[in-house]
Design a protein around this ligand. Structure first.
Ligand code: CMC
Length: 391
């Protein structure tokens, strides 16, 4: 069987080559298709970044308008899929609802089961980009017992999502432009991050030639975990805990260092960044702006003190632990009115174009083989079976 190398967590093993995202973790650099994240966050928008990630180039005006228009034409969910939401308990976490509904798209669009047909893949791409925000808004509406709102396709993707989430059928909903702009920027910052756990999952599932919907549904489930996308929810719960205990960050940091009851400083540390996460730097600025406009925040103050305390502490310095993308996002989402459980759903909406881009790149890559890691067997040697009566 040849020599196998043991690399738990794939710390050193590249599973593919990719042209999508470049990260230099020591220098704190992130680029999508060569464009620095700072420029995209400042000057682009989520739809354009989605196009860039998926098709490799910035779109022309016509390409961008055409892409945006196609997406807005596919935002409706099939009425039968709408009823799907009734089957979940009222207090269901929206992440498994999201992954289940995305998985169910394969049953509504059985044309998606031909993953090598380019025009079909384009259609599945558009359907996903268009429908995920609708599904996410319905998962939210279900959890608060409010009626679903049909999409209003005169609005942009982010505005439409905000309206479907926070609006009511009988009332006009005025989208707050500060909120819409901030959410659009957060989606850009989450849009891709090369071979993270969920993207690798999308690739692994897709390598069996499973269709786009099945692969993305698996990615959403991978993102659910608190060490990955679930960290944004965990950070906010951590900050609330510190606030409840009187806002003492020193005691909390001591607990983390003593590894008391598995307490980690959530929103800190990253497999690749051994420097300040460039996304966190942008988000920290947005947090100041948005929280200034949408209401001052005690928790932001705790977060800043916690960051300062950790960055000055040997434990974190030695291990090169810096704030990651999730450290400040939860505070912004909370100020926007999202309940904690929706935070990871927002991450999923942002990450979707990255997952799609990777799935498509993999399917086109002649070097792709089914993902099938090897193992180092450490179990018992050969043993002789003993019948149950003699055990
Ligand atoms: N708090 C306290 N100690 C930490 C933390 C933390 N947040 N992160 C890492 N460490 C310690 C870890 O205990 C280890 O110490 P030692 O060498 O003494 O055993 C050392 O730092 C190296 O960490 P690791 O766990 O080997 O690193 P990893 O690359 O396997 O894990 C990570 C990366 C992001 C899972 C981890 O840093 C972590 O659990 N952070 C908290 C959760 C979090 O914020 N996740 C979001 C990541 S960014 C967005 C995303 O991926 O969704």
């Amino acid at each position: 069987t040849g020599l196998v190398t043991l690399d738990p967590g794939f710390v050193n093993t590249a599973a593919c080559s990719s042209q999508i995202t470049y990260i230099d973790g020591d220098a704190g650099i992130l680029r999508y298709r060569g464009y620095p994240i700072e420029q995209l966050a400042e000057q682009s928008n989520f739809i354009e970044v989605s196009y860039l990630l998926i098709y490799g180039e910035l779109p022309t005006r016509t390409q961008l308008d055409d892409f945006a228009q196609k997406i807005s034409r596919h935002t409706l969910l099939h009425e039968d899929l709408k009823r799907f939401f009734d089957g979940f308990p009222r207090d269901a976490h929206p992440m498994p609802v999201l992954s289940s509904a995305v998985s169910a798209l394969s049953t509504f669009y059985q044309d998606s089961l031909t993953p090598f047909d380019d025009s079909q893949v384009d259609l599945s791409t558009i359907r996903l980009l268009a429908k995920l925000p609708t599904i996410a808004a319905y998962a939210y509406k279900k959890s608060v017992g409010q009626p679903f709102l049909y999409p209003d396709n005169s609005l942009g993707l982010v505005e439409n999502f905000l309206r479907m989430t926070f609006g009511f059928p009988a009332e006009p909903y005025h989208v707050d432009p500060v909120m819409a702009k901030a959410l659009d920027q957060l989606f850009i910052l989450h849009a891709d991050h090369e071979q993270n756990c969920s993207t690798s999952t999308v690739r692994l599932v897709g390598s069996s030639q499973a269709n786009l919907f099945a692969s993305i549904s698996a990615g959403i489930n991978a993102l659910f975990g608190p060490l990955h996308g679930g960290a944004n929810q965990a950070v906010l719960e951590m900050l609330e805990g510190i606030e409840r205990d009187g806002g003492d960050v020193d005691t909390f940091v001591r607990k983390v260092k003593n590894r008391e009851a598995g307490v980690k400083l959530m929103g800190f540390g990253h497999r690749v960044y051994k420097n300040y996460d460039p996304r966190a730097a942008i988000i920290k600025k947005t947090a100041d702006e948005v929280l200034g406009k949408l209401g001052d925040d005690q928790l932001l103050e705790i977060a800043k003190r916690l960051e300062e305390r950790a960055l000055g502490d040997d434990y974190f310095i030695e291990r090169k632990l810096y704030p990651n993308v999730d450290f400040y996002t939860g505070l912004i989402y909370r100020a926007m009115g999202f309940p904690t459980r929706m935070f990871t759903v927002l991450f999923a909406i942002g990450r979707l174009p990255g997952w799609i881009a990777h799935w498509r790149e993999m399917m086109k890559d002649p070097a792709t083989k089914i993902g099938r890691p090897r193992q180092v067997y450490v179990g018992p040697g050969e043993r002789t079976y003993v019948p149950v009566t003699e055990r």
